[in-house]
Design a protein around this ligand. Structure first.
Ligand code: UT7
Length: 331
């Protein structure tokens, strides 16, 4: 392997203004603020209510913030990858729409689909372009407008998710910082427990699919929960062991924000106290591909050069994984 590592050198994140509280959900479905808080950890989530705005809006706002922070022009971006489960359209890729809207005229781009693990998969993919030596400025967007595929009459799913996301810039580093290792896994037999039935080539949209409410998130929560707890904890422990990291060596765990109980189980397996775990599920809910960049953005002011950070996720597919990185800059 080359000495060049892919380091995150800037972050931008964005959530829409509208706050959908547990209290408001109480008036929409048969639920309670208390149930949602204790079973998931979510207190409120953001919703992109503008009918003419989609996932690309989250990406555009995030990338513009990132460019401003880094003092960089959009034309300098060489590649932009977008991890999303709610692309603006079936095609073209949302990455292309974001590139056009931010003015990334010299970039090529494409989307990566790996449900809630999408940002991790995409970060690992983007890192390879940097490590190859050929690319110097690669942007990874993780964004979802989950409200576009939620049934707000289904209390088992609509209470969990929210809209939002973020973007990170990857650049080469020869200082020993950046992405050090990744473990990525998938198991397609998990498809039956978490998916969207219609809208793809298997079941194209029709009057019948709309009438039967097949364009919404379908989740067998209990089963997904069991797989998530085991696999996210397993892979986080595995990446620690493989890199000879003890709990003391780790500055932060950045976990996918699907359920506080899953996060607690992962942190406990890693031997980490709450003070080392990024948690913002109470404010945003599960933004699918948006959770990890939203965490990094919220905690950016506290991150220090050389910090050992583990990112971990689990999601539909099933997909799951962990990334180990050394933070590359002091804020
Ligand atoms: O990010 C992608 C991966 N996704 C995940 O990681 C999500 C994993 N799953 C979960 O987080 C949890 O399974 C849920 C939060 C979705 C559900 O929590 P749970 O503790 O597994 O609840 P449950 O599905 O076992 O349901 C327990 C009870 C049921 O009632 P009965 O049958 O015991 O009478 C449900 O009908 O809670 C009921 N219930 C609710 N009650 C009030 C389900 N949703 C609600 C609700 N409010 N919103």
């Amino acid at each position: 392997m080359s000495d060049v590592r892919a380091a995150i050198t800037a972050i931008g994140a964005w959530v829409p203004d509208y706050v959908l509280t547990n209290k408001e959900l109480e008036s929409m479905v048969d639920t309670t603020d208390e149930w949602i808080r204790t079973r998931t950890g979510v207190v409120e989530r953001r919703i992109l209510r503008d009918k003419d705005k989609a996932t690309s809006e989250i990406g555009v706002q995030s990338v513009n913030r990132l460019l401003e922070k880094r003092g960089m022009k959009a034309e300098e971006i060489e590649l932009l990858l977008c991890a999303t489960t709610t692309p603006d359209m079936v095609f073209p890729a949302t990455a292309n729409i974001i590139c056009d809207r931010v003015g990334a005229k010299n970039a090529f781009g494409y989307d990566v689909s790996a449900a809630c693990s999408g940002f991790l998969y995409t970060l690992a993919t983007a890192a390879k372009f940097i490590e190859s030596g050929k690319y110097k400025k690669v942007v990874v967007v993780g964004a979802d407008k989950m409200s576009s595929i939620l049934n707000y009459e289904d209390r088992a799913t609509c209470i969990i998710f929210g809209d939002g996301g973020g973007a990170v810039l990857l650049e080469p580093s020869t200082e020993g910082n950046g992405i050090m290792d990744e473990i990525l896994r998938s198991d397609g037999s998990g498809c039956e427990f978490l998916h969207q039935k219609a809208g793809g080539s298997l079941m194209p949209a029709s009057l019948e699919t709309v009438r039967n409410e097949l364009h919404y998130v379908y989740q067998e929560g209990k089963t997904v929960f069991k797989f998530a707890v085991k696999n996210m904890a397993d892979v986080s422990e595995e990446i620690m062991n493989r890199n000879n990291l003890t709990a003391d060596d780790i500055a932060w765990l950045v976990p996918h924000q699907a359920n506080k109980r899953i996060i607690d189980a992962t942190a406990s397996r890693m031997g980490l106290g709450d003070e080392k775990v990024m948690l913002n599920i109470q404010r945003y809910g599960n933004t699918t591909n948006g959770t990890l960049p939203l965490c990094l953005s919220d905690w950016e002011p506290r991150l220090k050069k050389g910090d050992n950070i583990i990112l971990a996720a689990f999601g539909g597919g099933f997909t799951w994984g962990a990334v180990y990185l050394k933070w590359a800059y002091d804020s």
